[in-house]
Design a protein around this ligand. Structure first.
Ligand code: FAD
Ligand code: MLT
Ligand code: ZN
Length: 456
């Protein structure tokens, strides 16, 4: 990029907040999985909405593409520039300095946050007022408000509170020409036209730069019990969930793990929750009134469970076994992990899990499958470790073929990013895809925002 736009960007956000040195930029150029690395002319770090608007306006005038980045914990390559960069200048717009969290509206049960505020910071602010932020995920210390909204993140509380879209009351965003769109109301009933906050949720940075979000908050459960139960079949987990519900307990989280995953996290420092080895493990968190623990013990006694551990919430050690999967996989695989976040209808889940694990055997090289996920949502994270780089695409095709044949989705909660663009036809019709393209063209007619993400 010529010095002109860079110098002008320095004038907007301050000299020290336009990074151009390789050393300073390097952490922004590769995604969390290590699979995607791109190049950029600069990393620009605005502090306020006005600065974002001025940066975007300047980029629009000079034809500079913008890659939007929050905590860079996304798992589909959408937060970093493309490897095969299109001709022309490109910057990364990082929200790292936009970390304000407002005071909580205790009566309206909501809180406003700047796009770069982390999930942990938002939840901590909510907790100060006895409330809880209902989006929770293991990346909470880095993932940002803008990131979870842009990806419509699911996470471990989805089964109880719904996905991120369900928590967004209002939004502020800078459009591709630099104008500021602001829908900011704590009203839960407001039907004046299109649901633009809903549209921006899950838009993966392709329509606008989200600068602030007004989030719904919830009351935390009074008393919770977390159990990790060993089972022989995935179906057994659904039986346990039904039994808890029948006894008046509310399911706060329902996760599945396998023996290979448990062994891996154990090798990386997590304590095994149970000694018995089993093909599947459920981590279930329930809440209720009265003696919740006694009810849980009673249900597990009568359930097809081969071993179980339980602890009152927050039960960090039990949760760590589940939450350390992503990091343990990333530290163990010899090639960038083939990480495919998919969902299938619950009734198809047991068979689909077996078929998905078997894909590892189709690779012309020893590779290891580790499956885990949000079983209550039918959401499985298929991780294939040690897959040679030149076989990653074909193995992805096999996984998506199984998912499509089972009536599932190729992206349950991580988005499409750059990773899944060639396969979107498996989940959407031509009319659907061209309607999305028309929205993209209307909001970003020059294709400057996140080029190559979601659309090829
Ligand atoms: P980034 O990675 O920086 O960006 C993600 C996408 O959002 C990109 O396309 C980017 O351009 C866009 N974007 C970011 N900020 C903005 C903005 N302000 N305006 C417009 N677009 C923007 N995901 C789940 O859904 N559920 C999980 O349970 C879960 N667990 C995880 C656990 C671990 C250990 C890790 C590493 C990741 C996990 N993720 C999970 C994936 C990831 O954390 C989420 O996708 C998260 O929402 C990304 O937030 P981020 O701030 O890191 O966004
Ligand atoms: C999770 O549920 O832990 C994630 O979505 C991250 C992953 O898929 O590795
Ligand atoms: Zn997940």
């Amino acid at each position: 990029m010529t010095a002109g736009p860079i110098e002008d960007l320095r004038a907007v956000v301050g000299d020290t907040h336009v990074l151009t040195d390789d050393d300073a930029m390097v952490g922004h150029l590769t995604d969390w999985t290590g699979r995607w690395t791109g190049t950029a002319d600069a990393v620009v770090r605005p502090r306020t909405t006005d600065e974002v608007a001025a940066v975007v306006r300047l980029c629009a005038e000079r034809g500079v593409a913008i890659c939007i980045q929050g905590g860079n914990t996304g798992l589909v390559g959408g937060s970093v520039p493309p490897t095969d960069r299109p001709a022309g200048p490109l910057i990364i717009l990082s929200t790292a300095r936009m970390t304000d969290v407002d005071e909580v509206d205790v009566v309206g049960r909501c809180v406003g946050a700047q796009a770069g505020a982390t999930i942990d910071a938002i939840d901590s602010r909510a907790q100060r007022d006895g409330l809880m932020f209902p989006v929770d995920l293991a990346s909470r210390e880095s993932a940002t408000a803008g990131g979870v909204v842009a990806t419509n993140a699911g996470g471990v509380r989805m089964i109880r509170h719904g996905n991120t879209r369900g928590q967004v009351l209002g939004i502020e965003a800078v459009l591709a020409d630099g104008r500021v769109l602001r829908r900011w109301t704590s009203l839960v009933k407001d039907n004046v036209g299109y649901d633009l906050p809903g549209l921006l949720t899950g838009s993966e940075g392709t329509l606008a730069v989200i600068t602030r979000v007004l989030f719904r908050l919830v009351a935390p459960p009074a008393a919770t019990i977390v159990t990790v139960a060993a089972v022989d079949h995935v179906e057994n987990i659904f039986g346990v969930l039904d039994a808890f519900a029948a006894r008046g307990l509310r399911v706060e989280a329902a996760e599945v793990m396998t023996e290979s995953g448990l062994q891996l996290v154990h090798e990386h420092g997590a304590r095994r929750p149970v000694d018995t080895e089993s093909p599947f493990y459920a981590l279930i968190e329930v809440s209720g009134t009265g003696d919740v623990e006694a009810v849980v013990v009673d249900v597990l006694d009568g359930a097809p469970v081969t071993d179980a551990a339980l602890e009152p919430g927050p039960a960090r050690a039990l949760w760590a076994v589940r939450e350390r999967h992503t990091e343990s996989i990333s530290r163990s695989t010899t090639t960038p992990v083939v990480k495919l976040d998919v969902s299938v209808p619950i009734r198809a889940l047991p068979e689909a899990m077996a078929e998905l694990a078997a894909v590892a055997g189709m690779v012309d090289h020893p590779c290891r499958p580790v499956l885990f996920g949000h079983v209550g949502d039918g959401n499985i994270h298929v991780n294939l470790l040690d897959v040679p780089e030149d076989q990653a695409e074909s193995v992805t095709g096999h996984v998506f073929g199984i998912v499509a044949a089972n009536g599932g989705s190729i992206s349950a909660e991580h988005g499409i990013g750059r990773a899944k663009v060639p396969w979107t036809h498996l989940g959407r019709s031509d009319v659907d895809l061209s309607s999305m393209r028309a929205i993209k063209d209307a909001w970003d007619p020059h294709g400057l925002l996140n080029p190559g993400v979601l659309f090829g």
